[in-house]
Design a protein around this ligand. Structure first.
Ligand code: HEM
Length: 243
């Protein structure tokens, strides 16, 4: 079996099925995974419009069939891309010395963020989707997530979401650049430098949407907790002073 280095530090197989194997995980990373991710972040911004708007945008589906199809479209490509990505991580040879310092940093961050994103998505898919559906019999509720974001009652929810979405924003935005090179859309040094701006703008936009949605949930959680405290204090205010 012969091998060639197609992406910094990664050896990939040559052979009849190599094109399919190496290209499928790459293609699915953008169509539909990156598009689905950007849309998901956009929908979560409905947190600023309250519980009903958020649930309509994020957890409501017209029918169980539409919900099942949505899950397959999101999780199928994610699974294929994650398996493809893990295989590349295990084939990785150090690139220090072969590329510029900046280039090396980007390769290391792309692959380091992949591990962080994997851990974040495992926790996110289980806690925000699987557990509410399987254990509680319904989709995630706005009030539960908002309160959790504000109080971090079951663990460091806020920090995990902030770091997890930072990883996703970097991994997707930088990945877009390597993807464009891999698919021949960017062929010269000049085009690569120009694409760097596209990548940076994508990173800034994705991070603004992610942290914006987190802030929307956090603020709603703060209001919910404040109302609960006020309601607890109210009966005491009405009751006559004890002798
Ligand atoms: C929201 C989820 C994710 C999105 C949107 C996403 C997107 C992308 C994109 C666009 C690329 C560039 C593809 C290319 O260069 O052809 C990429 C590369 C990569 N992804 Fe992901 N990814 C996600 C999750 C994951 C996960 C869970 C892993 C698992 C470890 C992973 C591992 C990798 C690796 C190792 C690379 C680099 C491949 C290379 O440089 O040769 N990704 N990703």
């Amino acid at each position: 079996m012969t091998a060639t280095t197609a992406s910094p530090g990664t050896e990939v197989e040559k052979g009849p099925s190599a094109f399919f194997k190496t290209r499928l995980g790459s293609l699915l990373a953008v169509f539909p995974l990156a598009l689905w991710t950007a849309n998901h972040l956009w929908q979560n911004l409905a947190a600023f419009r309250g519980a009903a708007a958020w649930e309509e945008a994020v957890t409501h589906h017209p029918s169980p069939l539409a919900e099942a199809l949505g899950a397959v479209v999101a999780l199928g490509p994610l699974l294929v891309h994650a398996v493809w990505g893990l295989a590349r991580l295990f084939q990785w040879r150090p690139t220090v010395g072969s590329y510029t310092y900046y280039g090396n940093m980007k390769v290391i961050l792309q692959r380091g963020s992949a591990v962080g994103v994997l851990l974040f998505l495992l926790a996110h898919v289980y806690l925000a989707w699987l557990r509410p559906h399987v254990v509680e019999g319904h989709g995630e509720e706005f009030e539960d997530l908002a309160r959790e974001m504000f109080t971090s009652g079951d663990g460091p929810t806020l920090v995990v979401y902030l770091l997890g979405t930072l990883g996703v924003a970097y991994h997707l935005a930088n990945g877009l650049q390597t993807w464009a090179v891999g698919w021949g859309l960017v062929g010269s040094r000049m085009a690569l430098r120009k694409f760097e701006f596209v990548s940076l703008a994508t990173f800034a936009l994705l991070l603004a949407m992610s942290w914006g949605a987190i802030y929307g949930l956090y603020s709603a959680g703060r209001e919910i907790v404040a109302k609960e405290h006020a309601a607890q204090a109210a009966p005491n205010a009405d009751s006559p002073p004890s002798p």
